[in-house]
Design a protein around this ligand. Structure first.
Ligand SMILES: Cc1cc2nc3c(=O)[nH]c(=O)nc-3n(C[C@H](O)[C@H](O)[C@H](O)COP(=O)(O)OP(=O)(O)OC[C@H]3O[C@@H](n4cnc5c(N)ncnc54)[C@H](O)[C@@H]3O)c2cc1C
Length: 454
């Protein structure tokens, strides 16, 4: 049984008795294991004595996503296909749009189940489908531990304000989902359109004419299997050092799970349950990021409709930046100079190179990177959009609530006013001297050079 607080009815339609199957429209939770939306869909199919089909629609123009993101997604869908097949469930992947493919199935659907995402585009798809589909549609929140509206009914001011609310609820919601078995196999149901062939991902990517940004040779592999392997590797090799070393750019001790969490290829509950009882002093530091920080970002995107615009910032931050708008900048860089890592700052350049080549960036360097874009841009609003564009385009985990919250944090969101200074006003400042004081930055430069050259 899925907790009722995860479930939302998206329309007032009834179950369609004329339909042939229950449909799970998989969008944000691209996995088989610990997927509350899938479990709810199987239970619904069993109770209606119908088979279950899983549908995934590929949108070719999805925010700033490009070839590297689609490759990761398709690798993930291949794992999903195999996992569903073992349970007698068909995965139908449609290649020409999300809503379009769904609507071709509409008349045959008895009841529609989907998962939950917080971004504007994903929400608008759900609203459109709920309006047009002639059957009951429910959404199951499966990519957070505590459902966002249960954790809080408003946009939270900071991690501290959310922490107080969410911490007492974690134990209740972080429950292992036992597999639910489908009673009526759907493998022989005739599909109404040509399916995307997940056995030929390179061919598929070539046929999609996607933008190519950064290489893909060095990127992580997508999918549930890689996600589980990455989690196990972290528990064995990273967790013990996490609290002490996670901020050090010369080290790489964090979990590297953010891409998998972004695509829903692993559940935060799976990660939480695997970590929480480890006999290790780093556990609280890690869970603070996984639960409080990550779910604060979901809270932000869910409740703040301007989450991807400069206007989302707190009033004090905008007022302070405004009052320093005409301060002379130490240097100004164009977008293409930034994108090409052609600045005077070798640490910043290394971070940007890491991003372009590997599709990721060390957490501490993400903060430094965003702060410098603010310092080197003619005005803060332009800086905000530049940071978001680079983040969404190159980060494998980009276009995620964490990315919107992370960029906004560099401009004062979820933070407090600091001592006033030029350009930044009261926004927290970071500089290269601070990096050198705290860490061996040469080790960072060496680490990135080595990683990029492999
Ligand atoms: C400017 C900027 C941009 C960022 N862009 C993104 C982005 O596009 N996508 C993204 O997922 N994260 C983003 N972050 C947050 C954070 O840097 C990454 O989640 C983290 O570095 C991912 O590495 P990891 O999985 O090894 O993290 P770990 O340290 O192992 O943490 C485990 C998980 O906790 C969550 N987490 C960790 N740090 C944060 C944080 N500061 N805020 C919210 N959740 C966190 C992530 O889901 C992460 O996978 C950004 C931060 C900043 C400052």
């Amino acid at each position: 049984m899925i907790d009722a607080q995860r479930i939302k009815h998206l329309n007032a339609q009834q179950v369609n008795p004329q339909g042939s199957y229950v449909l799970y429209w998989m969008q944000a939770s691209q996995r088989v294991v610990q997927n509350e939306a899938l479990s709810h869909a199987i239970a619904t199919a069993n109770s209606l004595r119908k088979p279950l089909v899983v549908y995934f629609g590929i949108a070719e123009a999805f925010n700033e996503a490009n070839e590297r993101h689609y490759r990761f997604l398709l690798e993930g869908l291949k794992d999903v296909q195999e996992g569903l097949l073992e349970q007698g469930i068909s995965l139908w992947v449609y290649g020409n749009g999300v809503v379009e493919g769904l609507m071709q199935l509409a008349e045959n659907v008895v009841a529609l189940v989907t998962d939950c995402a917080y971004g504007r585009l994903e929400q608008s798809w759900r609203r459109e489908v709920a309006r047009r589909i002639p059957c009951a549609m429910v959404q199951v929140e499966a990519n957070v531990i505590v459902p966002v509206e249960t954790a809080s009914l408003k946009e939270e001011y900071s991690a501290a304000t959310l922490r107080r609310k969410i911490e007492p609820m974690i134990g209740y919601f972080a429950q292992k989902q036992e597999p639910v078995h489908l009673q009526q196999n759907s493998l022989s149901i005739q599909m109404p359109f040509a399916l995307v062939d997940l056995d030929d991902i390179p061919g598929l990517l070539a046929s999609m004419h996607l933008q190519k940004k950064g290489g893909d040779r060095l990127l992580m592999r997508g999918g549930e299997k890689s996600a589980q392997a990455t989690l196990s590797h972290f528990i064995e090799h990273g967790l013990a050092l996490y609290a002490e070393k996670r901020n050090d750019p010369g080290e790489s001790v964090s979990s590297h799970l953010s891409g998998y969490l972004h695509f829903g290829q692993i559940s935060p509950i799976t990660v939480y349950l695997a970590i929480k009882d480890e006999d290790c002093s780093s556990v609280p530091a890690f869970l603070e990021q996984l639960v409080v920080r990550r779910e604060l970002a979901c809270n932000f995107v869910h409740y703040n409709p301007l989450y991807d615009q400069y206007a989302c910032l707190p009033l004090w931050a905008k007022a302070s930046l405004e009052s320093h708008a005409s301060d002379p900048r130490p240097v100004l860089y164009t977008l293409s100079e930034l994108e090409g890592a052609h600045t005077h700052d070798r640490y910043w350049n290394a971070a940007q190179q890491e991003l372009v080549a590997l599709g990721t960036m060390h957490n501490y360097m993400r903060m430094y990177w965003g702060k410098k874009i603010l310092e080197w841009s003619a005005d803060p609003e332009e800086a905000f959009q530049t940071a978001l564009y680079l983040n969404n385009t190159y980060q494998l985990d980009g276009r995620d609530p964490n990315g919107y919250a992370g960029v906004a944090w560099c401009f004062g969101k979820h933070d407090r006013p600091w001592t006033e200074r030029t350009v930044f006003g009261n926004i927290r400042y970071m500089n290269d001297k601070g990096l050198e004081r705290k860490f061996s930055m040469q080790r960072y430069l060496d680490r990135i050079q080595e990683a990029i050259q492999i």
